[in-house]
Design a protein around this ligand. Structure first.
Ligand SMILES: [Zn+2]
Ligand SMILES: [Zn+2]
Length: 279
């Protein structure tokens, strides 16, 4: 295996989050157990095996490696991947892939999905993904992966197995679908993006950006660039119900020690204990 790009890893209850994210450099993430990745600012070799990528927007630090990833899967004789991109940029992405096809003289085969905001797409029998609009300087989407399970309806839960079977045989639907948001990835966004979708705050795992944290980088200005400031996270501290919050995409103007110190000093304990700084 060629070790060509950094990958950080964190495990929580059967899910592994892998990736790396620095503003204007590169962001790439994946969750192998879900066979899904987010953004392809670069593509580590092992990410080639992940067959679905959900791309938040067209900035180079989030999409530059898409043609390399598509071509590598073909080279490795893997199935064509499925790539979700915001519908507003889908045509440009298709043209870009066709240009690379000419440059590289290798076919760029993938299933490109033009994802609309507030839409739902099936990933597998157990998982669906929904989209929400984020607020950035270019068209952008956030993604939430939901686990879906069929569960016995509450009104039948006290009954025995044979009683339930009899009701089922009489043609009554005894179970219903239960959904839980398990992973939310926001990509680059001003805090309005987080507020656009209540499930962002409910998802078991939340991966979002925290690009700026210094008081002199005023948050109003940061919002115009479509990014989140530490003060935005602190203002919303009580809203986060997530078990794990990963904050990535730190600006390269900062050293990670400064960032850690600022979080240590300012973030309330109740939130801090669930936060993982991805630097
Ligand atoms: Zn970015
Ligand atoms: Zn961006």
């Amino acid at each position: 295996m060629v070790e060509n790009l950094p990958v950080k890893t964190h495990e929580i209850k059967g899910l592994t989050i892998e990736g790396y994210s620095r503003a204007a450099v590169q962001s790439y993430w994946r969750i192998p157990e879900l066979k899904v990745g987010f953004d392809l600012g670069a593509s580590p070799w092992e990410f080639t095996g992940t067959s679905t990528f959900l791309i938040t927007h067209g900035h180079l630090d989030h999409m530059a490696a898409l043609p390399a990833y598509v071509a590598r899967r073909r080279m490795m004789k893997m199935e064509p991947p499925t790539i979700y991109v915001p519908a507003k940029v889908a045509e440009s992405v298709e043209k870009m892939l066709r240009s690379w096809q000419k440059l590289d003289r290798g076919r760029m085969i993938c299933n490109l999905v033009a994802a609309e905001p507030d839409a739902e797409y099936e990933l597998s029998r157990e998982h669906v993904v929904t989209t929400f609009e984020t607020k950035h300087t270019v068209p952008s989407l956030g993604y939430i992966i939901w686990e879906r399970r069929n569960k016995l309806k509450p009104e039948y839960q006290h009954l025995s197995g044979s009683e339930i079977r009899d009701i089922r045989l009489s043609g009554v639907e005894v179970s219903g679908e239960i959904r839980k948001p398990i992973v939310c990835y926001c990509g680059d966004t001003a805090p309005q993006g987080l507020d656009n979708c209540p499930a962002v705050y409910e998802s078991k795992i939340l991966i979002t950006e925290l690009t700026f944290f210094r008081p002199e980088h005023r948050k109003e200005k940061i919002h115009k660039f479509g990014h989140t400031h530490l003060d935005d996270i602190l203002e919303r501290a009580d809203k986060f119900k997530n078990e794990l919050i990963i904050l990535g995409h730190l600006s390269t103007r900062y050293h990670e020690d400064q960032f850690r110190r600022a979080i240590d000093k300012k973030m309330p304990e109740e939130l801090k204990k669930r936060v993982e700084l991805w630097v």
